[in-house]
Write a protein that binds this ligand. Sequence first.
Ligand SMILES: [Zn+2]
Length: 477
Amino acid sequence: MRPMRGYLNNLVGCVAALVMAAMPLGTAHAADLHDARVWAGPSYTRLVLDARGPLNYTISQSGGQVVVDLRDTRLTGGFAEPEAQGLYQGMSHSRRGDHLKLVARVAPDSRLKSFMLKPVHGTDYRLVLDLYPAGNASTPRSSRRHGHVSKEAIASSREAAALLKAERKVVVCIDPGHGGKDSGAIGPGGTMEKNVTLAVGRDLAALINRQPGMKAVLTRNGDYYVPLKQRYEIARENKADLFVSIHADSYTSDDAKGSSVWVLSPRGKTSEAARVLADRENADLIGGTTLDGMDDSLAKVVLDLQQSWAIQASDVVARNVLKDLARLGPTHRGYVEKANFVVLRSPDVPSILVETAFISNPTEERKLRNPAHQEKLALAVMKGVKSYFESTPPQGTWFAAQAARREGGQLAAASGDAGHAVSRADTTVRDRHRVGRGESLSSIARHYGVSVGALKSANQMDNNTIRAGSVLMIPAS
Ligand SMILES: [Zn+2]
């Protein structure tokens, strides 16, 4: 019986494997479209569609419309249509049956060239649409078949190449406080906090989605209640780089005024640590690792490191945001405040809570219900948040790549110290070269077999002057 049972088990295993392999084809979609990015350069505009899984697509252009028809493709929740740039003027999408149709509006006489990049590893496919202005000499005559990538189409400039590297956007989770049955504080004029927070939150999301390298997720986008714990869980599920909760303050005396920014207190940190450690077999990954199976002291150390990092980062963001809010109006106190707010308890997502103003103060209440002022508040918060990502870019993001590009440029411009800082994120750099006496840009280009143009673009130079002792980045191709 034993061999027989073994045989049966194997058979059952095979059938199960077959069923599982067949399921994605039979029941659902082949690919998830999760992002779209645009880069507009002097010679062409590049639109990149990022997908998990291979795209089954056809592309057609008719005047100012480029239609991308995608079969068995799903648009994920985080997908945002990019803002108009260069020859690209916007996008809309619709669905019919298993077809997803993206319609990009482009400059009417632009010429289109497209190709798909297959993943080097993993499942990240990219569909690239390059738009050339009418009569541009560099436009290829015959359009190539899909899947074949011509050399000149890729990496004719650093930014365009960077776009192909799928630098991810930072994700900001925006939490409009209260909602539904919970109206929050109510002003003397009847203004409900829940409506102010939603309006400011939506403005903030729209602003963030318009920034390069940034993407917003809202914990609620309507008048309904979301439990507090669920709010920060939404941030963690979306792998947010930052959580921003929006509120309006109130006080018994109606002359209290000004905005304030809050981070988690040490007590909040301690109680959350105790909760996570007590229930760690059920806890989600903390900073990308599981605490389950670690001994107590190690789990404590790992958790404490994550929490300390998140709290420190929260503090930096909070100070930036407070500074930008102070340009708009009074602040309640001149410093970042601390409290044990439930929504700020993510152990590994920097989190802040913004009290936009006192809704209990009649003057501030009037401002809070004014859409123009709501937008100004959103702008101030966005600026503070953005400056945080500029100064502390998370790894693998567009901000990190920007920082590396800046660093590369500075390194090339400065004479001397070649001992550190090879441009981190920019893998297109093959080598570095310290300029010797008597060398020229063209002699160096010849030496490495690259064009002078590529050399200049890799070092963000706009003239041919080089100084002996300075360091040049040598591009890979
Ligand atoms: Zn509130």
